[in-house]
Design a protein around this ligand. Structure first.
Ligand code: NAD
Length: 361
């Protein structure tokens, strides 16, 4: 990134806030992308960057990603993100996160934060001591607690919509699903798919996690190197980004790619290539939105309600259908259609918001 303002102009960013305290060795960035739909919301990442510009670019890029994620998910929130520059293993967490909480509080609700890479629920508790503008919280503080099961449920709803497109019906019974990564989301996906009658082949670099799943559900396993070569209906990436690339796309033998991992396409052109090879790709940010849909439901509704939250997550099925509709309408790959779903919703809601109601009436 050469010029910050040029970058912000190119992608229509609203604000960028820099926060520092020398005594606490604290440096953070809060990026606000678009607040048409509601307050800018997105997690706080803690990471060591090669340069300040890299950190700023990451915050901006991630904030924009949140705008698209919420817009396409039908949620009334805008996109924002915070980045703390520093070692994610840093021990003195209370002052760091309380100070971030103070800075967020000063923004008066413009930005709502949450957990992300390098931060924990405990860190969110520190933030909560200084501001109420934090969404990801343990249930004893009024939050939704562990959201991974809902992320998993959302991925499965996206899979069902993909099955409908490919096989004409959305049942997962008997479908062979290869799951890469058995962490917080992956192991929940395995459990839920097992209950739906799918046949599972699982893989993780941690043999204990594999053993746990094979013992519990009697599923097959395969080495992390060979997961891409498995004969299956659905490949479900739940570990790393960039796994859809020149090397793996030639090896995949599935009809559908649908998983929780962020940034699955190594480069945008792989989103075109995957379709040329006859596979249906569920854009990652559509399929993996369940956790955040569930988590942020209480911002609109005032409290956590499992039934209502789950119902909202379930609509990922319809969100996927919208993506397919626009992909067919405009003859474009699904990863681009997802962006279009988000952009069209923002444009339409902005139009609705032009019509003001006089508060004195
Ligand atoms: P996690 O760290 O709990 O699990 C990741 C798992 O992948 C670990 O078990 C790890 O051992 C395994 N792994 C790493 N490299 C691997 C490889 N090469 N082959 C096989 N397994 C490998 O993370 P998570 O919370 O389950 O998230 C998984 C993915 O989904 C991430 O990309 C994350 O960004 C994304 N995501 C998660 C959520 C959520 O609710 N947790 C929401 C949206 C997106």
């Amino acid at each position: 990134m050469e010029s910050i303002f040029e970058y912000m102009e190119n992608y229509d960013y609203e604000n960028l806030f820099l926060c520092q305290d020398k005594d606490l060795n604290f440096k953070a960035i809060i990026a606000i992308h678009d607040t048409t739909l509601g307050p800018a919301t997105g997690g706080c990442r803690m990471w060591q960057y090669e340069s300040e510009m890299d950190a700023i670019e990451d915050a901006l890029r991630l904030a924009r990603g949140m705008t698209y994620k919420y817009a396409a998910a039908g949620v009334n929130l805008g996109g924002g993100k915070a980045v703390i520059i520093g070692d994610p293993g840093r021990k003195d967490r209370e002052p760091i996160f309380r100070l971030l909480g103070k800075f967020i509080d000063r923004l008066g609700g413009l930005y709502i934060t949450g957990e992300d890479v390098g931060t924990t629920l405990k860190d969110m508790e520190y933030i909560r001591m200084e501001t109420r503008h934090v969404v990801t919280l343990p249930s004893y503080l009024g939050g939704a607690g562990d959201i991974a099961p809902m992320t998993a449920f959302g991925v499965i709803r996206a899979m069902q919509a993909c099955c409908k497109r490919v096989y004409g019906q959305d049942s997962l019974e008997g479908k062979v699903v290869a799951v890469q990564g058995l962490g917080a989301v992956g192991h929940n996906i395995v459990g839920q798919l097992h209950d739906l009658g799918a046949k599972l082949i699982v893989s993780d670099i941690d043999p204990k996690k594999v053993e746990n799943m094979t013992a519990r559900y009697g599923v097959e396993s395969i080495s992390p190197e060979n997961i891409y070569d498995v004969d299956c209906d659905i490949f479900c990436p739940c570990a790393l980004g960039g796994i859809l690339n020149d090397n793996t796309l030639d090896r995949l033998k599935c009809k559908i790619v649908c998983g929780a991992a962020n940034n699955q396409l190594k480069e945008e052109r792989h989103g075109e290539l995957i379709e040329e090879k006859g596979m249906v790709y569920a854009p990652d940010y559509i399929a993996n939105a369940g956790g955040t849909i569930f988590d942020t439901d209480r911002l609109e509704s005032g409290n956590v309600n499992n039934e209502r939250g789950k119902e909202k997550v379930s609509r990922i099925y319809e969100n996927m259908e919208k993506v397919f509709e626009i992909a067919d309408r405009d003859n474009i790959p699904t990863y681009l259609a997802a962006d279009r779903v988000a952009e069209e919703r923002i444009r339409q809601v902005a139009q609705v918001k032009r019509y003001r109601v006089d508060p004195r009436l």
